[in-house]
Design a protein around this ligand. Sequence first.
Ligand code: BTN
Length: 254
Amino acid sequence: MYGDLDRPPLRQTALARALAADGWHVEVVEEVSSTNAVVADRARAGEPAGLVVVAEQQTAGRGRLDRSWVSPPRAGLTFSALLRPTLAPARWGWLPLLAGVAVARTLRDRADLDAVLKWPNDVLVDGRKVCGVLTEVADATAVVVGIGLNVTTRADELPHDQATSVGAAGGATTDRDTLLRAVLRQLTAVLAEDDPAASYRGLCSTIGQPVRLDLPAGRSVTGTADTVDDDGRLVVDGVAYAAGDVVHLRPTGG
Ligand code: BTN
């Protein structure tokens, strides 16, 4: 399997050239604390939409619900994109969910993996997490979409046994340039759809499942996940929840 020396660097020049036509301005950096933090600072300094900072390594990667995101150098894709959405801010809650759609579609199309979503935006393969998304609002007009995708990460490098990587799951490609280009193109496409919520629901394996939802305040609810409503909230037994950690109580294929 892979060691650090076998992991090729990203090809900044080719990536930047290929994605410029889609409005993405890609910068590859060797090491930063957190690409979300870097892009949020740049957003507040007036950077236009389309900036993408990709780090070969993060020293303080951030996860949802105050967790961290850890990935060995060049083993994954850790990047953040700056959006200045034309959507009303009330709809910005959909952005992380749609980033999950972009990654799941990429893994299905390019890596031939049966990738699905666990609400709100974890991407799962064989029931294990391969990708997480953290969206942060930088200011009144800017949203940072941060994506962490495990690509060649070995089982002994993954943070827990419920995590996987594209390579560990048997993906047809582990070429990070290919995957990054595809994710950003899929993100552009899903953000332009008339009914992106329908695309999300079509890939969301949580819907219809018996679940436990661990709420941020420490409480949990158990029930059936009915749907994801028009505000992106998970509806469990008729009650909508905006945030939390889902546990699927029945193992799912995806
Ligand atoms: C999660 O908890 O599942 C979300 C993880 C998001 C990690 C990515 S890696 C790139 C970007 N920069 C960060 O600090 N976090 C996100």
